[in-house]
Design a protein around this ligand. Structure first.
Ligand code: DP6
Length: 367
């Protein structure tokens, strides 16, 4: 499909990674604004990324949203109404936060082209990486001050808040690299912003993802958050969290993998316990999820350091060390029901490239 030619007043391309939660965001004080009930901690990934380009143009035309290869306009496809509406709603918030009108004098309209490094059919969540990339790209293109906009010039706390404003809470963590904590607010009016606990270089952990389900999940995270407080185990899990959070923070600081793994696995099972006992219940697991969990326990019995976690879906993320990554990937590939194995690892966070017209001027990696 071809898109209309644009005369960009500026262009920014942001690459933002997905993340895997060690302590999960599950349940919201204010769902629309993605204000969480509890603090969460995650590891930012490096290979599962969204790459989003925004062109800023004047004029009255509506925003354009495309899925595709940024370097190949011939390959752009229409993402459909639901996706477009969510992106435009986030653009509206970003415009407001940056003091731009949607139409009229000083208006900013955007053409957005976004693509994922991981296959859309892999059933991995792309909203954290996608909305983090959109927030970084828009902030970069609007920052002004010449072509040399760099991600290190941007306020990470502000970016975290802008990413969260998409409604995808986990996006608030994807604007930072390494190990990241997103605190819980004091009240619903607060604006909790993620902070980095440790860099990726501090501890090079791997995440081997066993893909057991390739379609979209039947119940969105949004709906899962909505139902969570109805579970009789919701309050019980919250009581456990201060201890879990403290253990995870300490394990990251001291690079204590067995301590981290045990608590991360316990927390993931609890998240799904809450989901399964919500009213009506939410079952994210597939039969092969249990088979993978079993294989991970078998790996540990064989002396391999491997610990599992699942977000709101059937796929299993297996944390391991670089030395044991190959053995873990090989074992997971042999589990019946596993379609693919994706080998990812901790990463440095988003990058951005900004240009005011052509050509592209600068690229920098944030660490
Ligand atoms: C289970 O509301 O951030 O992954 O927008 O679909 O990414 P998406 O979900 P979001 O909830 C995340 C739920 C979770 C746990 C987590 O990542 O903390």
């Amino acid at each position: 499909m071809s898109a209309p030619a644009a005369e960009p007043a500026g262009r920014a391309t942001a690459v933002a990674p997905a993340n895997i939660a060690f302590v999960k965001y599950w349940g919201a004080r204010d769902l629309e604004r993605a204000i969480p009930v509890n603090p969460s901690i995650s590891m930012t990934l490096s290979r599962c990324v969204s790459r989003t380009t925004v062109d800023l143009a004047a004029g009255e035309a509506p925003d354009e949203v495309w899925l595709g290869r940024i370097d190949d306009p011939g390959a752009w496809t229409d993402p459909g109404d639901a996706f477009r509406s969510r992106v435009v709603a986030h653009l509206d918030v970003l415009r407001r936060r940056h003091g731009l009108a949607r139409v009229g004098p000083g208006a900013g309209r955007f053409r957005v082209v976004t693509e994922n490094s991981f296959p859309a059919a892999a059933g991995l969540a792309s909203s954290a990486s996608g909305f983090a990339a959109l927030a970084v790209a828009v902030a970069s293109v609007l920052r002004g001050g010449g072509p040399a906009t760099r991600i290190s010039d941007l306020d990470r706390g502000e970016l975290s808040s802008l990413a969260r404003a998409s409604g995808s809470g986990s996006a608030a963590r994807s604007v930072l690299g390494g190990y990241v904590e997103w605190p819980a607010p004091g009240g619903a009016a607060d604006d909790p912003r993620a902070v980095q606990l440790a860099t990726a270089a501090h501890w090079p952990l791997c995440d081997v993802v066993a893909i057991v389900e390739t379609g979209a999940k039947q119940v969105s995270s949004l709906e899962g958050h909505r139902r969570a407080a109805g579970s009789p185990y919701f309050a019980r899990r919250l009581e456990e969290l201060p201890r879990r959070l403290e253990t995870v923070r300490r394990a990251i600081a001291e690079r204590d993998f067995p301590a981290l793994g045990a608590v991360v696995e316990e927390e993931a099972i609890d998240l799904h316990l809450v989901a399964m006992s919500s009213r009506p219940p939410v079952f994210y697991w597939a039969p092969a999820t249990l088979a993978v969990l079993d294989a991970v326990r078998a790996l540990r019995r064989d002396g391999v350091g491997a610990w599992s976690t699942m977000d709101a879906g059937a796929n299993v993320h297996v944390l391991t060390t670089p030395d044991e990554e190959e053995a873990v990937a090989e074992r997971l590939r042999s589990v019946p029901g596993v379609h693919t194995v994706i080998r990812d690892r901790v990463g440095d966070g988003p990058t951005v490239t900004v240009s005011r017209g052509e050509p592209v001027d600068e690229e920098e990696t944030a660490r």
